[in-house]
Structures are given as C-alpha cells and as structure tokens.
Design a protein around this ligand. Structure first.
Ligand code: PBG
Length: 327
C-alpha cells in the first residue's frame, strides 16, 4: 500500500507514545478538597462518597500527611459547623470550624498550601448560599458576609480564598476587604463558571448543605449557556480574580477550553462530588476500571486547558503519575 502518512508510526512503543504526548500533567497542579467538622476524634465516611471522610481538626493531620507523602501539597477546606443559623454567622466566626482547621494546619504542616472555599451554604439553616430576602438570596447583603468570611479565613491562615457562591460582585468585595486589611498578596480563585448541577448531590450530603426549599438556579448558571460563561469569567477577572474556575469539570470540558482561550489568568476546573460518586459506583459494580476512568477524566480536564485540577482523587492521581499510568 502506498501510504506516506501513517499516524500509527508514532504509536508503536510506550517510549515513543510518551515522547510525542501532547498533554503533560504534574502533581503540583492537584488540589484535594477536604471536609472538616466540629467534634473530636471523628473520621466519618460520607455514604455517597465511599473513601471520603469528614475529619475533626484533631484527626485531619492523618489525611494531610498522607497527601504530602503522595506529593499533593494543596488542599481546599470545607467547614461543617455544629450549629447553623439564618445568617450563616459561623462562616466568619473567629473560632469557626474552618478557621480552626486553617490555624491548626498552618501550625503543624507549614508545607501545605491552604485554600478556603468561601460560601454560606454550609453555615445557613436554610442551606442557600447567602442571606435570604423572601425566598431568594439577597445579592448585595450577602457580599458583606462573604467578604467577612474570606477575611476571617485568611486571618486564620488560609493562603488563598475561593468564593463559590456565585453572587454578583463578590470577587471585588473580597479583594477590597483583603486589601484594606493588609492581605493584598492573597490570591482569589473565583468559581466563575459554576453551573446549577446535579453533580453536587454527594457534596450536599457531606456538608449537610442542601437547600431547604427551592434550588440554586437564581444564582448558579444555567448549563445550556456558553456565552454567559465567558461573561462571568471576564467579569471576575475584571474584579481582580487571579484564577478562574469552571465547575463541574467532566460535562464541561468545552467550556474549560473556551475560558482558557479567552482569559489571561490560570484556569482551574473542579471534578466534583458527583463525578467521584459515579466513578466509585461503576467501579464497584465491576463495569469500568476505576484507575482508567480517573486518568481519562483528568487528561480531558488538562487537555481542555486546566492549569489547576481540584479532585477527590488527587492522591490516586499522584500515585498513577508515579507509576507512569498518566502524566
Ligand atoms: C459551596 C460549594 C458546593 C461545592 C463546592 N462549593 C456545593 C454547591 O454549590 O451546592 C460542590 C463541590 C462538589 O460537589 O464536590 N457552594
């Protein structure tokens, strides 16, 4: 056969396949999301996320050390308070759960990079991401609470804050409060393109944060939209976001790529709790290979333009990189 061009030539051995590989991944891009809860001696499995736990502050060190040993040096903390109220006041309490976790981690594991998810939904009795006015979230009133929350996390030891509430103007509000309190050097990673998604289901079980009524569609994005995604990312960059995020990751690879092509800041993507649960469920049934699914999902995110990948599989991925299954 007279075939000059044969793409298979470059696939003939593992060495050659790796030599011509287009997407390279690195452990330094991985962030592990972690739930910290009030109480003592708690390591409690999340039923819809087998293998993931809520840790009390006195037990979280075990997990953090395990991550560092695997080469994962960044975590994002979600706090689970023991009491919630209408206004979500425990989100910014000096002795709030996440503040205690930051202080402890900073003291004992200074090599770990600490990111704070900034939102009200884990702390409000109604489970919405802000302060209510009637049956909806009052955008402008919520901004003040979010700003206070971000500041309190940074004061406690957070190295970066990541607002996930989807209120308009929150990046600017957080930037201002950080700057006026001597934290101009702290970066903001904005959950800029965050969709109202079924894939957050297990997280809401983990954080006991499902809305008591209604849904999050008046603030999180409609998943049919792409131009709006570009608009949200551009707005956040304009307000001072240092990094923008697309969330979820798996069903939104197109938008990771588009955002990457449109902004000049690093792009994060978040493989959320529902993605984790799907992988676990299919693997448990024996229908699909867990490690191969995890590798393909991560490669998609990076191929699409992800610089920072938030995933509950961070430790597993680091192991796969060591074994040469991915990277
Ligand atoms: C808080 C927040 C959520 C997630 C990250 N930050 C839940 C939500 O918006 O309902 C979801 C993360 C995941 O599903 O893994 N607003």
């Amino acid at each position: 056969m007279d075939l000059t061009i044969r793409p298979r030539r470059l696939r003939s051995s593992e060495t050659l396949r790796k030599m011509v590989r287009e997407t390279r991944m690195d452990k330094s891009s991985l962030v592990y999301p972690m739930f910290v809860t009030e109480g003592e001696n708690i390591k409690e499995e999340i039923s819809s996320m087998p293998g993931q736990y809520r840790y009390s502050v006195d037990r979280m060190g075990e997990k953090l050390e395990e991550l560092m040993d695997a080469g994962v040096n960044s975590v994002m903390f979600f706090g689970i308070p023991d009491k919630k109220d209408e206004m979500g006041t425990m989100a910014y309490a000096r002795d709030g759960i996440v503040q205690k976790a930051f202080a402890q981690a900073k003291r004992h594991l200074p090599g770990m990079y600490l990111i704070g998810d900034v939102c009200m939904c884990e702390y409000t009795s109604h489970g919405h991401c802000g302060i209510l006015k009637g049956n909806d979230v009052d955008n402008d009133k919520t901004l003040e609470c979010l700003a206070k929350t971000a500041l309190s996390q940074v004061q406690a030891g957070a190295d970066m804050v990541a607002p996930s509430d989807m209120m308009d103007g929150r990046v600017g509000a957080i930037r201002r409060i950080l700057d006026t309190n001597g934290f101009a050097h702290i970066p903001i990673m904005a959950y800029s393109v965050k969709f109202a998604s079924a894939f957050y289901g297990p997280f809401r079980e983990a954080a006991d944060s499902a809305p008591a009524f209604g849904d999050r569609k008046t603030y999180q994005m409609d998943f049919h939209n792409r131009r709006e995604a570009l608009r949200e990312a551009a707005l956040d960059v304009g307000e001072g976001a240092d990094i923008v995020m697309v969330k979820p990751a798996m069903a939104y690879g197109d938008l990771i790529r588009e955002i990457k092509d449109h902004v000049q800041v690093p792009v994060a993507s978040y493989s959320v709790s529902g993605e984790y649960a799907m992988v676990k469920a299919a693997a448990k049934m024996g229908w699909l290979s867990q490690e191969r699914m995890i590798c393909e999902m991560a490669a998609c995110a990076f191929r699409a333009g992800t610089d920072i990948y938030l995933t509950y599989f961070a430790k597993e991925l680091a192991g796969y990189m060591d074994r040469g299954l991915i990277g």
